[in-house]
Design a protein around this ligand. Structure first.
Ligand SMILES: CC(C)(COP(=O)(O)OP(=O)(O)OC[C@H]1O[C@@H](n2cnc3c(N)ncnc32)[C@H](O)[C@@H]1OP(=O)(O)O)[C@@H](O)C(=O)NCCC(=O)NCCS
Length: 210
């Protein structure tokens, strides 16, 4: 998925030389200093500033992205955001390559965790066994992620139109239009009211496309 509007010039020199470090540092400094997007009157300006700077460092982030204050996005390389999708306040991602569609709403304190420590051997400490490589999380479009959800990314997909309930611990992929909750997250129902893996998903998809 590509960012839908690339209007600010990309600064390629930032990507692969020491200046990149400075760019990342600057982003985090400004990102934390600027008030949140809900700030009266000026909130829109702060939102655009945050998204614009991030877009210059990583053009796969849309300039319309709604990135709230206090989000931790690692080295800023491993994320792509389409359209007006949101990153909630104090969001954190670790060891994950995150691809986000458009129209994603995210509440505060959401965590996305991938990778991790190896633990197969019993004869040496886990901390000396090395790390698991980054894993992928794809969040398709029109997804709502409730507050304090934890998503364990194991090459996982959150399907189009799904809802992740508040406090859910998501350990596997979520089908389109499913509402999930709990730890581990289970399907509560589908958005059309059905209890079963939907024969209507295609109809719903087509309905949304109209
Ligand atoms: C997931 C959610 C959308 C479901 O809403 P709903 O369809 O109105 O669900 P209901 O309240 O009718 O609950 C249906 C069942 O799911 C359970 N459930 C609801 N939300 C749950 C959650 N987050 N985790 C675990 N179970 C949940 C209820 O206990 C209920 O179970 P029961 O039938 O055994 O009693 C909602 O509960 C939620 O978590 N919203 C996120 C709120 C949030 O984070 N807002 C941030 C600001 S945007």
């Amino acid at each position: 998925m590509e960012a839908d509007n690339i209007t600010i010039p990309y600064l390629p020199t930032l990507m692969d030389n020491p200046l990149r470090l400075a760019a990342v540092f600057t982003w985090y400094a400004l990102h934390y200093i600027l008030p949140d997007n809900s700030f009266p009157v000026l909130g829109r300006f702060f939102r655009k500033t945050r998204a614009g700077i991030l877009h210059m460092i990583n053009p796969r982030v849309s300039t319309k992205a709604n990135i709230c204050r206090g989000a931790y996005l690692g080295n800023l390389r491993n994320i792509s955001i389409s359209g007006k999708s949101g990153i909630g306040p104090r969001f954190k991602m670790h060891n994950v390559i995150l691809e986000m569609g458009s129209d994603i709403m995210m509440a505060e304190d959401v965590l996305v965790m991938g990778g991790g420590h190896r633990f197969d051997r019993l004869d040496i400490p886990m901390g000396k066994q090395g790390d698991i490589a980054k894993t992928q999380l794809t969040i398709e479009s029109d997804v709502w992620i409730g507050t304090r959800a934890i998503i364990l990314a194991k090459n996982t997909t959150i399907g189009h139109g799904a809802i992740i309930g508040a406090g859910a611990v998501v350990t596997r992929s979520v089908p389109p239009y499913a509402i999930v909750g709990g730890n581990p997250a289970r399907i509560i129902r589908y958005r059309d009211g059905s209890q079963n893996q939907t024969q209507r998903v295609e109809e719903l998809r087509q309905g949304c496309a109209k």
